[in-house]
Design a protein around this ligand. Structure first.
Ligand code: PEP
Ligand code: MG
Length: 611
């Protein structure tokens, strides 16, 4: 099961078509290669064969003892530049693909690692190697340490070591990044792609990726998925057979790459892609429709946004409002705290363009965990369990006040509410509201307008909050279940760690019980319950959530049409019966429950092909 699907992957998940048959036919000159399907979707385009400049071709050069300090300074300057580049790539990713920005954080940690730096400096100081040779030896040493590990994920980190070393070598030589600059759509073929090469691809022109090496857990694969680029990796010596311009068909769902396809294969492939578009067209017809089940039960479908989201994106899918405004991306894109004025402008920019009655839930800063700004946090052994979200805000009352003032001021423009992230205790909710009240008093004294009746909600994303939902519901105006974190904290499974992704199961009976408790507690106290985590945008889980009584679903705007389509094929009674059945099977594995729900929903939505 994959819970973070790109929109393209979702499109493919809606296909009820088995494209296997098109690969059995052999035509003259055509070659079929198999690899690992790491990012779903289809592509048909000429190849662009990427051969990285051989910046690793370094030979041993000895320096004079008197040059040691100079050489150390050279390498330090190159490392500092490397760190800056890595940080800037991480920030670039955070704005669009937050969850994978940690890859670059991992690179930064490697560059800062004292053992690595110590090893490198020793090569210069004691062995009298020049900086280039010292970097090359250090990279080979640590890459071979990773390579010898039995764990596949750690083995893959050898590739990251080489990526960083290449970058340091380029900086030592004053070379720029090797940027691909083609202006026509292409499928990029390479022996291997490093994470930074993948980030720097001209995304709009890259229809697919096919590499000789790599694995499901390699960071380039993670990036391809996050960027929605179909990809097949680990194809063997594929790149040796391809020349730039060769026609390629790539099936990222089945791990097939067809080189120089014959006419009939191209036709069969085109049919598969056409079928995908057909399903997309059906889904597209739901863009402007309201969220309704088959029997007309209304379900509010809202959008998850950040400061870069525009009104057009919401209007294109007829979102009924904003269920989650992630404010931390403003911090991350500036790499500092925005001023109260900057925040007020950023929040108002969206609020001012939306209809006045549309609900807009602005979430207080969710910094910490994998989302850090330079200097905001001291290093923590377990940042996801540390000074994160509401804890950080309550420890930084001045910063919290500046944000609450900006949100309150925005509330004068529309139907704005505030939501506190990662609440684990009733005291935290009360403490946050106490800071809010101080801000209200100050604004009143200053004669600045705001909505005094602004609603405050609790994000239910820590198991303790679900367990005391009854108490919280008596004081909160609404709940929004952050399932991304709720699953991670309930099951003790890092949401970003591909190593344990199999254990990350939203349909684990424990997770479903916590959601059920939250909904019941909320409804007993007139406190509506939304879901704003990724579960809301999975077709199977959206039906299950509705059956559990969730009132609103909030998701990335581009996911809304397909969820509307699926809900339109299911009656509320059927969804409730399904949820009741699932809740009664607490002795089952999460995987089993997901598979069973899928099988049932498939009967109601016949053309849905769940992966
Ligand atoms: C969640 O945890 O489900 C959520 C929506 O918050 P985020 O993904 O930003 O942590
Ligand atoms: Mg969260």
């Amino acid at each position: 099961m994959s819970w973070k699907r790109s929109s393209h992957a979702n499109l493919i998940s809606l296909m009820n078509n088995n494209p296997d048959c098109i690969y059995s036919e052999h035509e003259d000159g055509m070659q079929i290669f198999s690899g690992m399907p790491v990012s779903r979707g289809f592509a048909s385009a000429p190849a662009y064969v990427f051969r990285p400049l051989n910046s690793e071709a370094v030979s041993e050069v000895k320096i004079a003892p008197s040059d040691v300090e100079k050489e150390l300074l050279r390498v330090q300057a190159a490392i500092t530049k490397t760190k800056e580049q890595i940080r800037s790539m991480a920030n670039r990713l955070r704005t669009g693909h937050g969850s994978v920005a940690t890859i670059m954080d991992g690179h930064e940690m490697l560059v800062e690692d004292t053992t690595v730096i110590g090893y490198l400096e020793k090569r210069i100081r004691d062995h009298l190697y020049n900086a280039e040779w010292a970097v090359s030896c250090t990279a080979n040493h640590f890459a071979s340490v990773f390579n010898q590990m039995s764990d596949e994920y750690l083995k893959e980190r050898a590739n990251d070591v080489h990526d960083i070393a290449r970058r340091i070598l380029r900086n030592l030589r004053g070379q720029d990044d090797q940027i691909l600059t083609f202006t026509e759509p292409r499928i990029v073929v390479a022996s291997e792609l490093t994470p930074s090469e993948t980030i720097l691809l001209p995304k709009e022109m890259v229809l697919g990726l096919a590499t000789d090496r790599g694995s499901v857990t390699s960071h380039a694969s993670l990036l391809a998925r996050a960027m929605g680029i179909p990809a097949v990796v680990g194809i063997g010596r594929f790149s040796e057979h391809v020349r730039t311009g060769d026609r390629i068909l790539l099936d990222g769902s089945r791990g097939k790459v067809i080189l120089n396809p014959g006419a009939s294969t191209q036709q069969a492939f085109a049919k598969v892609v056409a079928r995908a578009h057909q399903i997309m067209e059906t889904v597209d017809q739901f863009r402007q429709k309201p969220g309704l089940t088959k029997d007309g039960y209304p379900i509010s479908l809202l959008a998850n946004v950040d400061h870069k989201t525009g009104r057009e994106e919401l209007q294109a899918v007829n979102a009924q409002g904003v269920g989650l405004f992630r404010t931390e991306y403003l911090w991350l894109s500036l790499d500092r705290e925005p001023t109260e004025e900057e925040q007020y402008k950023a929040y108002s920019k969206l609020v001012d363009t939306l209809p006045k009655d549309q609900e807009i839930v602005i979430r207080a800063l969710d910094l910490g965990g994998d989302k850090m700004v330079t200097g905001s946090h001291l290093k923590e052994a377990n940042p996801f369990l540390g000074n994160r979200s509401i804890r950080f805000l309550l420890n930084e009352p001045k910063m919290f006040q500046r944000q609450l003032r900006a949100i309150l001021r925005t509330s004068a423009h529309g139907n704005v509410s505030i939501m506190y992230p990662m609440i684990a205790t009733l005291e935290e909710f009360r403490a946050a509201n106490a800071v809010l009240n101080q801000c209200k008093l100050a604004l009143k004294a200053e004669g600045i307008p705001f909505n005094d009746q602004i609603k405050t909600g609790v994000m239910i994303e820590v198991p303790s909050a679900a367990l005391i939902a009854d108490e919280l519901a008596q004081e909160a105006d609404f709940f929004s279940i952050g399932t991304n974190d709720l699953v991670q904290y309930t099951l003790a499974v890092d949401r970003l760690n591909e190593n344990v992704s199999r254990l990350y199961q939203p349909t684990h009976p424990a997770v479903l019980k916590l959601i059920d408790m939250t909904v019941r507690a909320g409804h007993a106290h007139n406190c509506p319950v939304a879901v704003c985590g990724e579960m809301a945008s999975d077709p199977v889980l959206a039906v299950l959530l509705i059956g559990l009584g969730v009132d609103e679903l909030s998701m990335a705007p581009n996911q809304i049409p397909q969820i509307k389509y699926v809900l339109s094929q299911v009656t509320i009674e059927d969804a409730r019966a399904l949820a009741k059945d699932v809740l009664s099977r607490s002795n089952c594995l999460g995987e089993t429950l997901y598979a069973d729900c899928k099988a049932v929903i498939k009967k109601w939505v016949p053309d849905v092909f769940f992966v």
